[in-house]
Unconditional design. Sequence first.
Length: 416
Amino acid sequence: MEDFPTTRLNYGKRIIKNFIEKYNTYYKNVYFRAIVLSLIAFLCLRIFTSSVLLIDLILPSPEPPYSEVTQEILTDLEQQSGFTRLFLAPWYRWDTARYLEIADFGYDFNFINTVWPPLYPFLIKIFSFIFQPSILAAIIVSNIFFVGGLFLTYLLTKDIFDEEVAKKSIFFISVFPTSFYFVAGYSESIFVALTAGVFILLRKKKWLWAGLLSTLAALTRVQGIILVVPIFIELLTDFFKNKNLRQLLINSISIVYAPFAYGLYSLYVYFGLRVDWPWTMLSTYWDQHFGLPWEGLVGTVTSLFIKEEILITPPLMKIVNILLPVLTIYLLIRLRKRIPLSISVYSWLMLLLILGKIDQNNMLVSTIRYLLVIFPIYWGLVFMIRGRLLKIAYFTICLLLQIIQMIYFYWWVWVA
């Protein structure tokens, strides 16, 4: 007869064995594999970034360059508890503060916030009914969508290439030099999830659903409007294949959703709030405009040789702002014959918009953060960085850049 400790040990072994067997059974399902790997990638990035920002333990808290309200909220976060001071307050920076102003007080609080579309602040508002303070709700929203974005990107990559490329893509997304913005209070994770969802639906010929997701993308970031182009390309491709004009006309409604939704938002801003159009506000109050793609690159290179009275963007970040777009161009050229035309056109249009957004000094603005949403970049990296030593070098450089940027970010220095 077995003694009690032995019985408990055997029972524990059976539980573990059953768990492993069930796990292996589920792991045969591609959706299960995708969500498991996405969660692992997310947790690694979440732990890494939160660990870096524990610098609050050894460095004094910097003064925010924003309004008194921002200073009061940040001070409150730092004094509430150890959790809010160490894991929430360091993320209360730049655009996050703007999103929270919209979520907590509405666009009426500060009209210059109208350059940010309403979907992300709306989601923050919804989640803040359960999670407080609001910055916790913002981070939870972006983190949930980051996992969803990884999951959908995995499925899309597998459909276009194979599962091995999908697994590696998840890795390259997680270690990209600016990937910490995916788990911050920013809208990049939402935009990536919606964009990947659009292309998955297009491959399944779910035109109207793709149009709906493109609408949500446009209400997340104005660049989402360009998703109507890949939708139109896929519609034409399907028409030339099936020669069904009636279906083309019916499904073409899907390309109207996104511009119509953003148009309604713009009309609300102009006639409802009685302030400038969002794009006018961007120019008037944020000193940004759209120019030719090379203007920003040339201006940023030139700025490296000019001594600035007030250092806004560190020289290292300017160099990265130049190198990453050049790398993106190279990767998209290499991928041109390996990816669908619709995805290729989307990537080039997005890159042109990113490079065309420059400040009053003709310097690139937030380029290395905006590049995060051009997901074919990660496919290109998979095919380019193959050897073990090359992967280690890339991994090391990316992590160092992330650490440097997060320290700048913590100190309210503009990096992206």
